[in-house]
Design a binder for this molecule. Structure first.
Ligand SMILES: NC(=O)c1ccc[n+]([C@@H]2O[C@H](COP(=O)([O-])OP(=O)(O)OC[C@H]3O[C@@H](n4cnc5c(N)ncnc54)[C@H](OP(=O)(O)O)[C@@H]3O)[C@@H](O)[C@H]2O)c1
Length: 256
């Protein structure tokens, strides 16, 4: 059985990836993971492919055991693993609860690694892993400090894992989008004691554009996908401009 697995499939970017896989890949099943079961079930009605709903909370360890068991039972071949589950919070260190801070690390880092490690043994030659990172992986960001740090972790992990998986001909792509406006990310990120540090989200893009761009980069086997001109510019700037200066530029940009 040939399948793909998408985490964070109940909304935003993850859901767009499911639409793309359904339309363009010849799969027996797409396994979709998120907490909101009703949203995942909607995908069953919208897709031609068979959708297997896995309503897991990826901040809970039992979810990894359940996924592991299911893979052992079904022994599928996983063509694409797309780790899109993730969230961020805007605010200073005192505006974000400890619970949210810990959950960000649990979901964006721990869960992405756990799902990847569990799925790799089921991935054949020419399969693809997409780890959804962010341009915030390229430098430290005040008032997005923990989120940016989690994405830097995932970015580094992806790039090193890619090299380790060369002999198995599995590609790993760190997908690094800038703001995306038509997902639930920004509204979730703003729900803190004070999110006024970032007022607007200029040059933001759309989830469908990002998913199409990232998928084509993954199929080319690129280590990093920067899906859009702002992402490309940010990646290049963060390589050459000292990070203290980049944080100074961010101090101006976030007030626009
Ligand atoms: N939007 C942006 O501006 C932006 C920019 C750069 C990178 N990204 C990254 O892109 C990825 C997708 O975000 P998005 O923009 O599509 O936001 P989104 O619409 O909020 O999607 C986030 C997804 O993660 C799932 N999720 C959240 N907590 C979970 C948990 N504990 N267990 C399992 N699933 C969970 C959500 O489903 P449930 O709530 O149903 O669990 C949802 O499907 C994230 O990794 C994000 O960091 C977003």
């Amino acid at each position: 059985m040939k399948i793909s697995i998408v985490t964070g499939a109940s909304s935003g970017l993850g859901r767009e990836f499911v639409y793309l896989l359904d339309k363009h890949e010849n799969l027996d099943e797409i396994w979709v993971i998120a907490r909101r079961e009703n949203r995942l079930k909607e995908l069953q009605e919208q897709s031609n492919s068979k959708i297997r709903v896995l309503a897991y909370d990826l901040t809970e360890k039992e979810s990894f055991a359940k996924l592991s068991e299911l893979l052992k039972e079904e022994k599928p071949e996983v063509a694409f693993l797309i780790n899109a589950a993730g969230f961020g919070k805007i605010g200073s260190y005192k505006d974000i609860s400890l619970e949210d801070s810990e959950k960000m690390i649990d979901l964006n880092c721990r869960a992405a690694v756990a799902v990847t490690q569990i799925v790799i043994p089921y991935m054949p030659k020419k399969s693809h892993i997409l780890e959804i990172c962010s341009t915030s992986a390229f430098q430290p960001f005040q008032f997005l400090d923990i989120y940016a740090a989690t994405k830097a972790f995932l970015y580094r992990y992806s790039r090193a894992l890619r090299v380790e998986l060369f002999p198995r001909h599995i590609s790993v792509t760190a997908v690094c989008p800038y703001w995306i406006r038509d997902t639930e990310f920004i509204s979730t990120a703003k729900r803190t004691h004070n999110s006024s540090y970032i007022r607007n989200f200029p040059f933001s893009s759309k989830a469908k554009t990002i998913a199409v761009w990232a998928m084509s980069d993954a199929k080319l086997g690129l280590p990093v996908s920067t899906p859009g001109p702002v992402c490309i510019l940010h990646r290049i700037s963060a390589k050459f401009i000292p990070h203290e200066l980049m944080m100074g530029i961010w101090a101006l940009l976030r007030r626009i």
